[in-house]
Design a binder for this molecule. Structure first.
Ligand code: TYD
Ligand code: MG
Length: 456
Protein backbone atom coordinates (compact mmCIF):
# COMPACT_ATOMS: atom_id res chain seq x y z
CA UNK A 1 0.00 0.00 0.00
CA UNK A 2 1.04 3.58 -0.48
CA UNK A 3 2.82 5.42 2.28
CA UNK A 4 3.27 9.12 2.49
CA UNK A 5 5.49 11.29 4.65
CA UNK A 6 2.85 13.11 6.64
CA UNK A 7 2.02 13.59 10.31
CA UNK A 8 -1.57 12.62 9.72
CA UNK A 9 -4.68 14.30 8.41
CA UNK A 10 -6.93 17.09 9.52
CA UNK A 11 -10.36 18.13 8.34
CA UNK A 12 -10.16 21.47 6.58
CA UNK A 13 -13.69 22.27 7.59
CA UNK A 14 -14.02 21.26 11.27
CA UNK A 15 -10.37 20.73 12.16
CA UNK A 16 -10.77 17.17 13.49
CA UNK A 17 -7.60 15.08 13.22
CA UNK A 18 -7.47 11.65 11.58
CA UNK A 19 -4.67 9.11 11.40
CA UNK A 20 -5.79 7.80 8.05
CA UNK A 21 -7.15 9.43 4.93
CA UNK A 22 -10.83 8.75 4.31
CA UNK A 23 -13.23 10.28 1.81
CA UNK A 24 -15.58 11.67 4.42
CA UNK A 25 -14.59 13.38 7.66
CA UNK A 26 -15.68 11.11 10.53
CA UNK A 27 -16.41 14.17 12.70
CA UNK A 28 -18.35 16.63 10.53
CA UNK A 29 -19.19 14.21 7.69
CA UNK A 30 -17.85 16.60 5.06
CA UNK A 31 -16.83 14.95 1.82
CA UNK A 32 -13.23 15.18 0.67
CA UNK A 33 -12.28 17.65 3.37
CA UNK A 34 -9.36 15.78 4.94
CA UNK A 35 -5.99 17.23 4.14
CA UNK A 36 -2.57 15.88 4.85
CA UNK A 37 -0.76 17.64 7.67
CA UNK A 38 2.64 18.23 6.17
CA UNK A 39 5.55 16.59 7.88
CA UNK A 40 7.59 19.04 9.90
CA UNK A 41 10.94 20.20 8.68
CA UNK A 42 12.40 17.17 10.42
CA UNK A 43 11.92 13.65 9.20
CA UNK A 44 8.16 13.45 9.38
CA UNK A 45 6.27 10.41 10.46
CA UNK A 46 5.45 7.83 7.87
CA UNK A 47 1.81 6.85 8.12
CA UNK A 48 1.18 3.58 6.29
CA UNK A 49 -2.11 4.22 4.58
CA UNK A 50 -2.97 0.58 4.16
CA UNK A 51 -2.53 -0.28 7.84
CA UNK A 52 0.28 -2.27 9.46
CA UNK A 53 1.91 -5.12 7.58
CA UNK A 54 0.76 -8.51 8.77
CA UNK A 55 1.57 -12.12 7.92
CA UNK A 56 -0.06 -13.07 4.64
CA UNK A 57 -1.82 -16.06 6.20
CA UNK A 58 -3.43 -13.79 8.77
CA UNK A 59 -4.64 -11.33 6.15
CA UNK A 60 -8.33 -11.20 5.38
CA UNK A 61 -8.98 -12.53 1.88
CA UNK A 62 -12.60 -11.42 1.60
CA UNK A 63 -13.06 -8.55 -0.78
CA UNK A 64 -15.63 -5.92 -0.27
CA UNK A 65 -18.95 -7.64 -0.87
CA UNK A 66 -20.04 -7.60 -4.48
CA UNK A 67 -23.38 -6.03 -5.29
CA UNK A 68 -25.27 -7.80 -8.04
CA UNK A 69 -26.43 -5.48 -10.82
CA UNK A 70 -29.27 -7.90 -11.47
CA UNK A 71 -28.06 -8.38 -15.04
CA UNK A 72 -27.06 -12.02 -14.78
CA UNK A 73 -24.56 -12.18 -17.64
CA UNK A 74 -22.74 -9.08 -16.39
CA UNK A 75 -22.76 -10.36 -12.81
CA UNK A 76 -21.38 -13.68 -14.04
CA UNK A 77 -18.42 -11.96 -15.69
CA UNK A 78 -17.78 -9.84 -12.59
CA UNK A 79 -17.91 -12.84 -10.28
CA UNK A 80 -21.23 -11.98 -8.67
CA UNK A 81 -21.56 -8.25 -9.10
CA UNK A 82 -19.82 -4.94 -8.77
CA UNK A 83 -17.53 -4.14 -5.82
CA UNK A 84 -18.18 -0.76 -4.13
CA UNK A 85 -15.19 1.51 -4.64
CA UNK A 86 -14.01 -0.44 -7.67
CA UNK A 87 -13.36 0.98 -11.13
CA UNK A 88 -14.32 -1.00 -14.22
CA UNK A 89 -13.39 -0.09 -17.77
CA UNK A 90 -15.56 -1.47 -20.57
CA UNK A 91 -13.85 -1.26 -23.92
CA UNK A 92 -15.24 -2.00 -27.32
CA UNK A 93 -15.57 -0.72 -30.85
CA UNK A 94 -17.91 2.17 -31.50
CA UNK A 95 -21.43 0.95 -32.19
CA UNK A 96 -20.97 -2.46 -30.62
CA UNK A 97 -23.48 -1.71 -27.84
CA UNK A 98 -21.56 -0.39 -24.81
CA UNK A 99 -24.02 2.41 -24.07
CA UNK A 100 -26.92 0.02 -24.45
CA UNK A 101 -25.33 -2.51 -22.09
CA UNK A 102 -24.55 0.05 -19.43
CA UNK A 103 -27.87 1.83 -19.56
CA UNK A 104 -29.57 -1.53 -19.08
CA UNK A 105 -27.17 -2.51 -16.29
CA UNK A 106 -27.65 0.89 -14.63
CA UNK A 107 -31.42 0.51 -14.77
CA UNK A 108 -31.19 -3.00 -13.41
CA UNK A 109 -29.02 -1.89 -10.47
CA UNK A 110 -31.44 0.97 -9.79
CA UNK A 111 -34.32 -1.50 -9.82
CA UNK A 112 -32.35 -3.51 -7.23
CA UNK A 113 -32.33 -0.52 -4.93
CA UNK A 114 -28.98 1.14 -5.70
CA UNK A 115 -28.89 4.78 -6.66
CA UNK A 116 -27.17 5.03 -10.03
CA UNK A 117 -25.83 8.04 -11.90
CA UNK A 118 -25.36 7.78 -15.67
CA UNK A 119 -23.10 10.47 -17.06
CA UNK A 120 -23.21 10.85 -20.81
CA UNK A 121 -20.59 12.91 -22.58
CA UNK A 122 -21.63 11.75 -26.02
CA UNK A 123 -25.37 12.00 -26.27
CA UNK A 124 -27.85 14.64 -25.19
CA UNK A 125 -30.11 14.00 -22.24
CA UNK A 126 -33.10 13.64 -24.55
CA UNK A 127 -31.28 11.07 -26.67
CA UNK A 128 -30.40 9.03 -23.61
CA UNK A 129 -33.92 9.35 -22.28
CA UNK A 130 -35.36 8.17 -25.61
CA UNK A 131 -33.09 5.17 -25.57
CA UNK A 132 -33.92 4.45 -21.94
CA UNK A 133 -37.60 4.38 -22.86
CA UNK A 134 -36.92 1.85 -25.58
CA UNK A 135 -34.89 -0.23 -23.14
CA UNK A 136 -37.49 -0.03 -20.40
CA UNK A 137 -34.92 1.70 -18.22
CA UNK A 138 -36.87 4.60 -16.73
CA UNK A 139 -36.16 3.75 -13.11
CA UNK A 140 -36.76 6.11 -10.25
CA UNK A 141 -33.26 5.74 -8.84
CA UNK A 142 -31.47 6.13 -12.18
CA UNK A 143 -30.10 9.66 -12.50
CA UNK A 144 -28.85 11.21 -15.69
CA UNK A 145 -26.33 13.97 -16.34
CA UNK A 146 -24.70 15.13 -19.54
CA UNK A 147 -21.24 16.34 -18.76
CA UNK A 148 -17.80 16.71 -20.28
CA UNK A 149 -15.67 17.93 -17.41
CA UNK A 150 -14.38 15.75 -14.66
CA UNK A 151 -14.89 18.39 -11.97
CA UNK A 152 -18.53 18.64 -12.94
CA UNK A 153 -18.87 14.86 -12.75
CA UNK A 154 -17.45 15.02 -9.22
CA UNK A 155 -19.99 17.73 -8.36
CA UNK A 156 -22.75 15.40 -9.54
CA UNK A 157 -21.35 12.71 -7.25
CA UNK A 158 -21.69 15.15 -4.36
CA UNK A 159 -25.23 16.04 -5.30
CA UNK A 160 -26.57 12.60 -6.14
CA UNK A 161 -24.41 10.37 -3.87
CA UNK A 162 -24.85 7.30 -6.05
CA UNK A 163 -23.66 3.78 -5.27
CA UNK A 164 -22.74 3.32 -8.92
CA UNK A 165 -21.73 5.82 -11.57
CA UNK A 166 -21.37 5.12 -15.30
CA UNK A 167 -19.24 7.52 -17.33
CA UNK A 168 -19.95 7.19 -21.06
CA UNK A 169 -17.36 7.66 -22.41
CA UNK A 170 -14.06 8.47 -20.70
CA UNK A 171 -12.81 9.88 -24.01
CA UNK A 172 -15.35 12.68 -23.84
CA UNK A 173 -14.40 13.77 -20.31
CA UNK A 174 -11.90 16.56 -19.89
CA UNK A 175 -9.77 17.23 -16.83
CA UNK A 176 -10.06 21.02 -16.78
CA UNK A 177 -6.55 21.81 -15.76
CA UNK A 178 -5.00 19.05 -17.78
CA UNK A 179 -3.13 19.69 -20.95
CA UNK A 180 -4.11 18.65 -24.43
CA UNK A 181 -7.48 18.49 -26.19
CA UNK A 182 -10.37 16.27 -24.93
CA UNK A 183 -9.83 12.69 -25.92
CA UNK A 184 -6.05 13.06 -25.90
CA UNK A 185 -4.10 10.51 -23.92
CA UNK A 186 -3.17 13.05 -21.23
CA UNK A 187 -6.72 14.30 -20.76
CA UNK A 188 -8.25 10.84 -20.68
CA UNK A 189 -5.64 9.67 -18.22
CA UNK A 190 -6.06 12.63 -15.93
CA UNK A 191 -9.81 12.33 -15.92
CA UNK A 192 -9.54 8.63 -15.17
CA UNK A 193 -7.02 9.16 -12.35
CA UNK A 194 -9.41 11.64 -10.77
CA UNK A 195 -12.39 9.29 -11.06
CA UNK A 196 -10.38 6.40 -9.62
CA UNK A 197 -9.50 8.57 -6.61
CA UNK A 198 -13.17 9.50 -6.16
CA UNK A 199 -14.22 5.86 -6.38
CA UNK A 200 -11.83 4.88 -3.61
CA UNK A 201 -12.59 7.92 -1.45
CA UNK A 202 -16.38 7.61 -1.67
CA UNK A 203 -16.65 3.87 -2.02
CA UNK A 204 -18.71 4.42 -5.14
CA UNK A 205 -18.41 1.87 -7.96
CA UNK A 206 -17.32 3.55 -11.18
CA UNK A 207 -17.79 2.13 -14.66
CA UNK A 208 -15.94 3.85 -17.49
CA UNK A 209 -16.79 3.29 -21.13
CA UNK A 210 -13.85 3.39 -23.52
CA UNK A 211 -13.95 3.22 -27.30
CA UNK A 212 -11.34 0.99 -28.82
CA UNK A 213 -10.79 0.51 -32.53
CA UNK A 214 -9.97 -2.91 -33.97
CA UNK A 215 -6.25 -2.27 -33.80
CA UNK A 216 -6.60 -0.71 -30.35
CA UNK A 217 -5.11 2.50 -31.65
CA UNK A 218 -7.54 5.06 -30.29
CA UNK A 219 -6.04 7.19 -27.53
CA UNK A 220 -6.93 6.18 -24.05
CA UNK A 221 -8.35 2.84 -23.05
CA UNK A 222 -5.18 0.82 -23.36
CA UNK A 223 -3.35 3.36 -21.22
CA UNK A 224 -6.03 3.10 -18.56
CA UNK A 225 -5.88 -0.63 -18.06
CA UNK A 226 -3.35 -0.50 -15.25
CA UNK A 227 -5.25 2.25 -13.42
CA UNK A 228 -8.50 0.38 -13.02
CA UNK A 229 -9.47 -2.76 -11.13
CA UNK A 230 -11.35 -4.49 -13.90
CA UNK A 231 -11.19 -4.34 -17.68
CA UNK A 232 -13.98 -5.88 -19.72
CA UNK A 233 -14.05 -6.14 -23.46
CA UNK A 234 -17.38 -6.01 -25.29
CA UNK A 235 -17.04 -7.77 -28.62
CA UNK A 236 -19.02 -9.03 -31.54
CA UNK A 237 -19.47 -8.86 -35.24
CA UNK A 238 -21.64 -5.91 -36.18
CA UNK A 239 -23.49 -7.98 -38.74
CA UNK A 240 -24.48 -10.55 -36.16
CA UNK A 241 -26.59 -10.14 -33.05
CA UNK A 242 -24.20 -12.00 -30.76
CA UNK A 243 -22.17 -9.96 -28.26
CA UNK A 244 -19.50 -11.33 -25.95
CA UNK A 245 -18.44 -9.71 -22.70
CA UNK A 246 -14.99 -10.87 -21.72
CA UNK A 247 -12.92 -10.01 -18.67
CA UNK A 248 -9.40 -8.95 -19.66
CA UNK A 249 -8.27 -8.07 -16.15
CA UNK A 250 -10.14 -8.58 -12.90
CA UNK A 251 -8.67 -7.83 -9.49
CA UNK A 252 -11.58 -9.45 -7.69
CA UNK A 253 -11.86 -12.76 -9.47
CA UNK A 254 -11.27 -14.97 -12.45
CA UNK A 255 -10.94 -13.80 -16.03
CA UNK A 256 -12.19 -17.17 -17.30
CA UNK A 257 -15.84 -16.15 -17.40
CA UNK A 258 -17.75 -15.09 -20.48
CA UNK A 259 -21.00 -13.15 -20.77
CA UNK A 260 -23.25 -13.62 -23.79
CA UNK A 261 -25.87 -11.25 -25.13
CA UNK A 262 -27.96 -10.90 -28.22
CA UNK A 263 -28.67 -7.44 -29.65
CA UNK A 264 -32.39 -7.14 -30.29
CA UNK A 265 -34.75 -4.34 -31.23
CA UNK A 266 -35.32 -3.67 -27.55
CA UNK A 267 -31.75 -3.78 -26.32
CA UNK A 268 -29.48 -6.59 -25.24
CA UNK A 269 -31.06 -9.88 -24.29
CA UNK A 270 -29.07 -12.16 -22.03
CA UNK A 271 -28.24 -15.53 -23.52
CA UNK A 272 -28.00 -18.38 -21.10
CA UNK A 273 -28.23 -21.22 -23.57
CA UNK A 274 -25.47 -20.30 -25.99
CA UNK A 275 -25.56 -23.67 -27.68
CA UNK A 276 -29.24 -23.28 -28.52
CA UNK A 277 -28.47 -19.91 -30.09
CA UNK A 278 -25.59 -21.15 -32.23
CA UNK A 279 -27.18 -24.31 -33.47
CA UNK A 280 -30.71 -22.97 -33.95
CA UNK A 281 -30.58 -22.83 -37.74
CA UNK A 282 -28.28 -25.73 -38.39
CA UNK A 283 -29.18 -28.18 -41.14
CA UNK A 284 -27.72 -31.51 -40.18
CA UNK A 285 -26.69 -33.92 -42.92
CA UNK A 286 -25.13 -31.29 -45.19
CA UNK A 287 -21.56 -32.04 -46.33
CA UNK A 288 -19.03 -29.59 -44.92
CA UNK A 289 -20.72 -29.07 -41.56
CA UNK A 290 -19.18 -30.13 -38.24
CA UNK A 291 -20.19 -29.23 -34.69
CA UNK A 292 -17.35 -28.12 -32.42
CA UNK A 293 -17.59 -28.05 -28.62
CA UNK A 294 -15.74 -24.84 -27.87
CA UNK A 295 -14.60 -23.50 -24.51
CA UNK A 296 -14.57 -19.75 -24.08
CA UNK A 297 -12.86 -19.30 -20.74
CA UNK A 298 -14.70 -21.98 -18.86
CA UNK A 299 -17.96 -21.60 -20.69
CA UNK A 300 -18.74 -24.38 -23.17
CA UNK A 301 -20.50 -23.49 -26.43
CA UNK A 302 -21.30 -25.66 -29.39
CA UNK A 303 -20.47 -23.91 -32.63
CA UNK A 304 -21.00 -25.10 -36.18
CA UNK A 305 -17.97 -25.04 -38.47
CA UNK A 306 -18.76 -25.03 -42.17
CA UNK A 307 -16.55 -25.48 -45.21
CA UNK A 308 -17.03 -25.33 -48.92
CA UNK A 309 -14.49 -26.66 -51.42
CA UNK A 310 -14.74 -25.54 -55.05
CA UNK A 311 -12.42 -26.86 -57.80
CA UNK A 312 -10.29 -24.16 -59.33
CA UNK A 313 -7.70 -23.74 -62.06
CA UNK A 314 -6.35 -20.53 -60.67
CA UNK A 315 -2.65 -20.64 -59.79
CA UNK A 316 -3.42 -19.44 -56.29
CA UNK A 317 -6.98 -20.53 -55.50
CA UNK A 318 -8.96 -18.38 -53.16
CA UNK A 319 -8.96 -19.06 -49.40
CA UNK A 320 -11.51 -17.50 -47.14
CA UNK A 321 -11.65 -17.90 -43.38
CA UNK A 322 -14.39 -16.23 -41.39
CA UNK A 323 -14.33 -16.66 -37.64
CA UNK A 324 -11.61 -19.26 -38.24
CA UNK A 325 -7.92 -18.41 -38.09
CA UNK A 326 -6.61 -18.00 -41.67
CA UNK A 327 -3.05 -19.12 -40.87
CA UNK A 328 -4.33 -22.18 -39.08
CA UNK A 329 -6.61 -22.99 -42.01
CA UNK A 330 -3.64 -22.87 -44.41
CA UNK A 331 -1.70 -25.24 -42.18
CA UNK A 332 -4.61 -27.66 -41.92
CA UNK A 333 -5.11 -27.67 -45.69
CA UNK A 334 -1.44 -28.51 -46.14
CA UNK A 335 -1.79 -31.42 -43.71
CA UNK A 336 -4.90 -32.68 -45.49
CA UNK A 337 -3.22 -32.46 -48.85
CA UNK A 338 0.18 -33.88 -47.96
CA UNK A 339 -0.66 -36.44 -45.31
CA UNK A 340 -4.03 -37.64 -46.51
CA UNK A 341 -4.08 -37.02 -50.21
CA UNK A 342 -7.26 -34.92 -50.05
CA UNK A 343 -6.59 -32.61 -53.02
CA UNK A 344 -7.49 -29.30 -51.45
CA UNK A 345 -4.52 -27.21 -52.50
CA UNK A 346 -5.90 -26.92 -56.06
CA UNK A 347 -9.30 -25.80 -54.84
CA UNK A 348 -10.96 -22.71 -53.50
CA UNK A 349 -11.65 -23.26 -49.81
CA UNK A 350 -14.11 -21.34 -47.67
CA UNK A 351 -14.26 -22.01 -43.93
CA UNK A 352 -16.58 -20.33 -41.52
CA UNK A 353 -17.62 -20.39 -37.86
CA UNK A 354 -21.38 -19.79 -37.85
CA UNK A 355 -22.93 -17.06 -35.70
CA UNK A 356 -20.23 -14.39 -35.69
CA UNK A 357 -18.05 -16.10 -33.11
CA UNK A 358 -14.24 -16.13 -33.42
CA UNK A 359 -12.75 -19.59 -33.15
CA UNK A 360 -9.02 -19.20 -32.92
CA UNK A 361 -8.09 -21.99 -30.54
CA UNK A 362 -6.18 -25.07 -31.75
CA UNK A 363 -8.94 -27.24 -30.26
CA UNK A 364 -10.94 -26.30 -33.36
CA UNK A 365 -8.43 -27.95 -35.74
CA UNK A 366 -10.09 -31.33 -36.01
CA UNK A 367 -13.52 -29.83 -36.66
CA UNK A 368 -12.10 -27.56 -39.39
CA UNK A 369 -10.24 -30.43 -41.06
CA UNK A 370 -13.30 -32.65 -40.95
CA UNK A 371 -15.49 -29.90 -42.37
CA UNK A 372 -13.09 -29.38 -45.27
CA UNK A 373 -12.70 -33.13 -45.89
CA UNK A 374 -16.47 -33.58 -45.74
CA UNK A 375 -16.97 -30.75 -48.23
CA UNK A 376 -14.22 -32.07 -50.52
CA UNK A 377 -15.65 -35.59 -50.58
CA UNK A 378 -19.29 -34.46 -50.50
CA UNK A 379 -19.95 -36.88 -47.65
CA UNK A 380 -21.90 -35.53 -44.67
CA UNK A 381 -20.99 -36.37 -41.10
CA UNK A 382 -23.61 -38.20 -39.05
CA UNK A 383 -25.91 -35.68 -37.36
CA UNK A 384 -25.10 -36.81 -33.83
CA UNK A 385 -21.32 -36.28 -33.97
CA UNK A 386 -19.13 -33.50 -32.57
CA UNK A 387 -15.36 -33.22 -33.04
CA UNK A 388 -12.51 -31.41 -31.30
CA UNK A 389 -8.73 -31.71 -31.00
CA UNK A 390 -5.52 -30.02 -32.01
CA UNK A 391 -3.70 -31.26 -35.12
CA UNK A 392 0.06 -31.45 -35.56
CA UNK A 393 2.01 -31.20 -38.80
CA UNK A 394 2.42 -34.97 -38.80
CA UNK A 395 -1.35 -35.39 -38.97
CA UNK A 396 -1.56 -36.50 -35.33
CA UNK A 397 -4.54 -35.49 -33.18
CA UNK A 398 -3.63 -34.03 -29.79
CA UNK A 399 -5.71 -33.76 -26.64
CA UNK A 400 -6.98 -30.38 -25.48
CA UNK A 401 -7.87 -29.02 -22.05
CA UNK A 402 -11.18 -29.66 -20.33
CA UNK A 403 -12.39 -32.42 -22.64
CA UNK A 404 -14.95 -33.45 -20.06
CA UNK A 405 -16.67 -30.04 -20.07
CA UNK A 406 -16.89 -30.13 -23.85
CA UNK A 407 -18.26 -33.65 -23.78
CA UNK A 408 -20.82 -32.73 -21.12
CA UNK A 409 -22.12 -29.81 -23.18
CA UNK A 410 -22.31 -31.97 -26.32
CA UNK A 411 -24.25 -34.57 -24.40
CA UNK A 412 -26.58 -31.94 -22.95
CA UNK A 413 -27.34 -30.73 -26.47
CA UNK A 414 -28.24 -34.25 -27.58
CA UNK A 415 -25.09 -35.35 -29.41
CA UNK A 416 -24.17 -39.01 -29.00
CA UNK A 417 -20.61 -39.31 -30.29
CA UNK A 418 -17.46 -37.22 -30.04
CA UNK A 419 -14.45 -37.74 -32.27
CA UNK A 420 -11.32 -36.58 -30.49
CA UNK A 421 -7.73 -37.35 -29.49
CA UNK A 422 -6.74 -40.83 -28.36
CA UNK A 423 -5.31 -39.34 -25.17
CA UNK A 424 -8.67 -37.92 -24.01
CA UNK A 425 -9.32 -38.98 -20.41
CA UNK A 426 -12.14 -41.46 -19.90
CA UNK A 427 -13.49 -40.03 -16.65
CA UNK A 428 -17.09 -38.93 -16.38
CA UNK A 429 -18.11 -39.01 -20.03
CA UNK A 430 -21.43 -40.71 -19.31
CA UNK A 431 -23.56 -41.77 -22.22
CA UNK A 432 -21.70 -39.98 -24.98
CA UNK A 433 -19.49 -42.30 -27.00
CA UNK A 434 -15.93 -41.03 -27.26
CA UNK A 435 -14.35 -42.11 -30.54
CA UNK A 436 -10.62 -41.85 -29.91
CA UNK A 437 -8.48 -41.21 -32.97
CA UNK A 438 -4.67 -40.92 -32.97
CA UNK A 439 -4.49 -39.29 -36.40
CA UNK A 440 -6.54 -37.31 -38.88
CA UNK A 441 -6.46 -40.37 -41.16
CA UNK A 442 -8.13 -42.44 -38.43
CA UNK A 443 -10.75 -39.71 -37.95
CA UNK A 444 -11.53 -39.63 -41.68
CA UNK A 445 -11.70 -43.44 -41.73
CA UNK A 446 -14.22 -43.73 -38.88
CA UNK A 447 -16.39 -41.10 -40.53
CA UNK A 448 -16.14 -42.65 -44.03
CA UNK A 449 -14.63 -39.48 -45.41
CA UNK A 450 -11.77 -41.12 -47.26
CA UNK A 451 -12.58 -41.45 -50.89
CA UNK A 452 -9.92 -43.41 -52.59
CA UNK A 453 -6.74 -44.61 -50.95
CA UNK A 454 -5.09 -42.16 -48.59
CA UNK A 455 -1.81 -40.61 -49.59
CA UNK A 456 1.18 -40.64 -47.33
P1 TYD B 1 -24.61 1.62 -28.71
O1 TYD B 1 -24.96 1.11 -27.36
O2 TYD B 1 -24.89 3.06 -28.98
O3 TYD B 1 -23.07 1.35 -29.04
P2 TYD B 1 -21.73 1.99 -28.43
O4 TYD B 1 -22.11 2.71 -27.19
O5 TYD B 1 -20.82 0.81 -28.19
O6 TYD B 1 -21.17 2.88 -29.47
O7 TYD B 1 -25.39 0.69 -29.74
C1 TYD B 1 -25.13 0.78 -31.06
C2 TYD B 1 -26.00 -0.06 -31.93
O8 TYD B 1 -26.88 -0.94 -31.28
C3 TYD B 1 -26.83 0.85 -32.76
O9 TYD B 1 -26.27 0.88 -34.04
C4 TYD B 1 -28.18 0.25 -32.82
C5 TYD B 1 -28.09 -1.00 -31.99
N1 TYD B 1 -29.22 -1.11 -31.08
C6 TYD B 1 -30.14 -2.12 -31.27
O10 TYD B 1 -30.03 -2.92 -32.20
N2 TYD B 1 -31.18 -2.25 -30.40
C7 TYD B 1 -31.35 -1.40 -29.36
O11 TYD B 1 -32.31 -1.55 -28.58
C8 TYD B 1 -30.40 -0.34 -29.18
C9 TYD B 1 -30.56 0.62 -28.06
C10 TYD B 1 -29.35 -0.24 -30.04
MG1 MG C 1 -22.07 4.77 -26.86
Amino acid sequence: MAAKRVEGYRCSSCGAPAAKWVGRCPACEGWGTLEAVAAGTGRGVVVPLGGAARPIAGTDATQGATRPTGMAELDRVLGGGIVPGSVTLIGGEPGIGKSTLLLQAAASAARNGDRVLYVSGEESASQVRARAERLDALEEDLWLATEREVEAVVAHLDAVAPALVVVDSIQTIRAVEGSGPPGSVTQVREAAVRLVAEAKARDVAVVLVGHVTKDGSLAGPRQLEHLVDTVLSFEGDRHHALRLLRPVKHRYGTTAELGLFEMTGSGLAEVDDATGLFLADRRAGVPGSVVLPLLEGRRPLLVEIQALVVPSRAPAPRRSAEGVDAGRLALLLAVLHRRLGVPVLEAEVYALAVGGVQVSQPAADLAVVLAVASAATNVALPADVVAFGEIGLGGEVRGVRDASRRLAEARRAGFRRAVTAASTPTDGVGDIEVVRVPTVAAALAVLDLLDGPPGR
